[in-house]
Design a protein. Structure first.
Length: 387
């Protein structure tokens, strides 16, 4: 039986959400852009889903644009905004620990003459607000900082970042892919102009995401085609996915307090037991201002990949970092950015607990991690040298 502890990579689609989606694959498969009666009915359902998403983050329905996922939303936010506003300036500010969809979008823009400032972070992964202030220039048009980091779980001071942006007349985007369902989001109160999310991170379907674009924020479309999504995102709507993400985000915030309390308790229990039972470890990320299910540890003297593979043999799924960069042998740039040396960054494992995990599963995880770390250290010449 698989013990799944990689909910930051993806979550299981809730069966009741799947049930709501199914009829749009079969009986109600109509294209919502057509003008006959069955399609008009499906179009209304798409708009109802748009409102569910908007209500969850205190936005207006017409500010919600459906995409294929978080990466497309990030690309549309960064590149689409940059292209639409390049006459106002070509300077963008982001952080050095953003998701690759943000980092690589910015690097792509740099090749086209834009300038990007990558803010450093402290040992817990927080950007420095004074560095942000000092990085703002007359030609700065956009600030993009993620709500919560996908590897170490640190939750950034988004409201304050947005306030600083707006005081200087700059638009603010946040990648909230990891945060939706785990952090309460109010785009008005938090000074957010654009926000990215992805359905499969909060027990909704894969292949569907959202970009919130505050009214009055100018963004250029990135793919040519029809006039779907009010000319911002061409392509036939993924109706089952759109229905699914609407119900999933509504459910996530309806059950928010109960789920977050329980997941946080399991996370804290895991952290406490690992720290009691295993020496020479580092908890990465802030101890309290972190995502409810996230626990990222560095285990000195051994390799994270080895830990992960041995846990896999025990039926346990964990990660060495972001799922989007897990096939590289390089140490995590996030862990290097918070000051870990290469050899320690290489020995890191991310556990992300979800709402379906049980106390019994966490106990099995703890015992297994202890056993695997002891086994690997017994074979490690580095560990022998230190001892």
């Amino acid at each position: 039986m698989i013990k799944y502890f990689d909910n930051a990579a993806t979550t299981a689609l809730d069966k009741d959400i799947l049930d709501k989606m199914m009829e749009y694959f079969t009986d109600r498969y109509f294209n919502p852009s057509s003008i006959y009666t069955p399609s008009i009915s499906v179009h209304k359902d798409v708009e109802e889903s748009r409102k569910r998403v908007a209500d969850a983050i205190n936005a207006k329905a017409e500010e919600i644009y459906f995409t294929s996922g978080g990466s497309e939303s990030d690309n549309l936010a960064i590149k689409g905004f940059a292209y639409a506003n390049r006459k106002k300036g070509k300077h963008i500010i982001t952080s050095c620990i953003e998701h690759p969809a943000i980092i690589n979008s910015c690097k792509s823009l740099e090749k086209e003459g834009f300038e990007v400032t990558y803010l450093s972070v402290d040992e817990n992964g927080f950007i420095k607000l004074d560095e942000l202030e000092n990085s703002i220039r007359e030609d700065t048009i956009l600030i993009s900082v993620m709500t919560a980091n996908n590897e170490i779980g640190t939750i950034e001071p988004i409201k304050e970042i947005g306030r600083i942006a707006h005081e200087h007349g700059i638009k603010f985007h946040t990648d909230a892919v990891q945060a939706i369902g785990s952090v309460k989001i109010d785009v008005e109160d938090m000074n957010i102009d654009m926000l990215s999310m992805s359905g499969h991170k909060f027990y909704g379907p894969k292949g569907v995401g959202v970009l919130y674009i505050k009214k009055g924020t100018n963004v250029t479309r990135m793919n040519d085609g029809g006039h779907q999504e009010r000319d911002k995102r061409s392509g036939t709507e993924n109706v089952p996915g759109i229905i699914g993400i609407g119900y999933a985000i509504e459910k996530a915030y309806k059950d928010f307090d109960k789920n977050v309390k329980r997941i946080t308790e399991l996370r804290d229990y895991y952290i406490s037991e690992i720290e009691k039972r295993i020496p020479d470890i580092i908890l990465n990320g802030d101890r309290t201002k972190r995502l409810p299910g996230n626990a990222n540890f560095s285990f000195k003297y051994i390799e994270g990949e080895s830990i992960m593979l041995l846990l896999d043999q025990k039926g346990i799924c964990v990660s060495t970092g972001s799922a989007c960069s897990s096939k590289t042998l390089e140490p995590s740039y996030v862990l290097l950015s918070i000051g870990l040396p290469h050899e320690i960054a290489h020995g890191s494992i991310r556990v992300s607990i979800g709402k379906h995990n049980t106390k019994e599963e966490v106990d099995y995880l703890i015992d297994s991690v202890v056993e695997v770390v002891e086994k690997l250290r017994a074979m490690s010449p580095l560990y022998e040298e230190e001892k």
